[in-house]
Design a protein around this ligand. Sequence first.
Ligand code: B12
Ligand code: SF4
Length: 518
Amino acid sequence: MKILLYSPDNGVTRNFMPHLWMFLLQSLTPPGHEVVLIDGNAQPMDEAGIAEYVRENNIGLVGIGAMTRMIAKAYRMADAVRSAGVPVVMGGPHVTEMPDEALGRITGRRHADAVALGEADETWPKIVADAACGQLKETYAPVDEFGQERKPSLQSYPAIPWDSIDLDQFNVVPKFAGPMLKRFRGGWGSFRVIPVESGRGCPYGCEFCTVTGFFGDSIRFRTNKSVVDELLLLKARAKSELGQIAVFFIDDNFAINPKRTKSLLRDIIAANAQVYWIAQISANLLRDEELVELIAASGGIWIFIGMESIDPTNLADVNKGFNKPGEYAAVLQRLADRNVFAITSFMFGMDNDTVGVAERTLEQIRTWPAGLPIFGLITPLPATPLYARLEAAGRLTRPKHWEEFIPFAMAHTPLKMSIGEAHAEVRYGWDHSYSPEAIAQAVRSHSHKELGYRINILIARLCFRGIYFPQMGAMAWLKVIGENAQTICDMVREGVRNWFSGLCKQSPRSATLRTLGN
Ligand code: B12
Ligand code: SF4
């Protein structure tokens, strides 16, 4: 049987990396079946397009996975596939929380023939076998023989064949520039961000987050060896293609067990498996100097930190009191001292937020080493404690906000400001962090560092700007480049000057211009 795994886009931003579940399920598919992957972010497709694709390619089963914000598109695509006579199985966080919606038990509008609840590592082979003999069941749940939920162990994690998977659709280097860039400093003919997981689960239970409910508070890890082998495979592929890869460790909290994280990072260094990597780590765990040293030495370049708010009352309200705003500056300085930078994520519209929260937050941010601040709105995702609290209080204004996804729009009324005011705060945060002046200032603030680090900050800021300001397509990019021409030209001039004067001495970690460990 030929199986298509499809991940929808959200129509607003392009993900900079593919979703891991597709590669994982592909690797877990029993022999005898062919699996093709399409990520809507890389290969935009509409309903007619997917129907035509499944017909022309003789697809026998389509698997669709989606987060809540992509679910409306996922359902439309599923409807189109089913109209073409091909069965659909859906999985992922949204349908796990709302299986009846996908199966049409509430509205009568059915979108999926089957849903895979929770982690599907162990149920996927069964789903494929049932589909192959035309006996798909409605629901597949990861349970043991007594009907108790079973979380898959990651000890026997499958080897994802990164050396042979077709990754063309995930290369962010434009086709025309590839051949030329292959010869540039260790090879930049391709650049891909690849998702890798080293563990699952987070026990912290923040009120707005689905992770503790979905993956559970039991934390599971892969063996160090299997992670190291995966990095070596990826590194070898990038080298053979004269390209680059960066790895996003998608663990919810990569350092949730600092002892284990340190041992993994030591093993990565010992095996010369360093690649540039990004991970999510909560601020409280970054107090540990040794951990931060190892992060830098093993290739860590960006750490995503869910700061959420600079107001301890807000943090306590959402059960994230372990975040201490008073220590944010020290944590970020500790990282920046080792040339590791932070993606700092904030949510506005929290219960103690009042008008002016964005400027108050920016005042703090301006005192920190410049990184990548991002701003969103607190969103009640289905099955979270936050959703239940707001529903009980009658505060949900769009209880089924996912039926009509609107980016950066509240789905409930904040307590101390209006919905419109919360939206304006988010806009203020983005406007004042991603204007050409703000980008130039962020780059300048690192002028004591090598050029490579500043190029890293510049490119990252230009890309992240697109999370809020629509930036899809060549024209949008040309406009952004034009607006930031001064900063870009300054850096090009400096690079050319350095090159001519032979002063371009790069440290082993110089951010964007060298290949790690080659
Ligand atoms: C990496 C990540 C990202 C990456 C990008 C996603 C990517 N390309 O991988 C970035 C940082 C960009 C990101 C952004 C966002 N994310 Co995010 N992200 C994650 C994270 C940490 C890991 C995802 C992952 O790969 N997990 C590992 C894989 C193996 O698990 P999985 O995807 O769930 O797949 C398993 C099962 O669900 C199932 N399955 C999944 N799909 C399918 C499909 C089929 C057919 C089947 C059978 C089974 C199946 O099988 C898999 C194996 O067991 C998750 C949390 C988490 N731990 O999952 C949050 C998470 C998915 N993100 C979340 C959110 C809310 C967001 C944002 C909206 C945040 C924001 N406010 O901006 C944005 C939206 C981005 C967008 N595209 O529009 C939520 C989604 C909740 C929900 N109900 O939708 C999660 C769960 C975290 C949370 N806080 O609750 N995210
Ligand atoms: S620390 Fe992060 S992953 Fe863990 S529950 Fe809180 S928001 Fe979710």
